[in-house]
Ligand binder design. Sequence first.
Ligand code: FES
Length: 154
Amino acid sequence: MFSETAIKELEEIRAKYPTARGALLPAIYIAQREFGHLSSEAYEAVSVALGVPRATVRGVATFYAMYKHKPMGRHIVQLCTNVSCMILGAEKLADFLKSRYGLEPGGITPDGRFSLVIMECIGACGTAPAMLVNDDFYENLTEQYIAEILEKYT
Ligand code: FES
């Protein structure tokens, strides 16, 4: 079940689209936020909220790689390792995340604090390496800077 806040948010989003299917992407995002990841329960909640078949919800959700289909940490670290970031040391930063935090791509830290997702280019090639933590953007990364950043997320 969605929270009262999410139900209100879904109603506002639904009103912006001529059909319920048009609201699927933001509705799925809300479900992911509410449920932590996209489970059968989350698909069902979106299906009921929008009046769209559950198979349609699942079909749309599984088409996009940026949705989370398994349990994740409380904070999602999304590190870009595409060309510019790779040239400027992103792979070493991924090694740092593994050695310091036990964080591997697709994994969760033992305390459930972080998950790591390796990203394609996030549009910050000029200030690479770059990453997101949840919706927060960081650039010109170094090991020390990453350690400082992650201290902010409990
Ligand atoms: S390659 Fe990493 S931001 Fe573009």
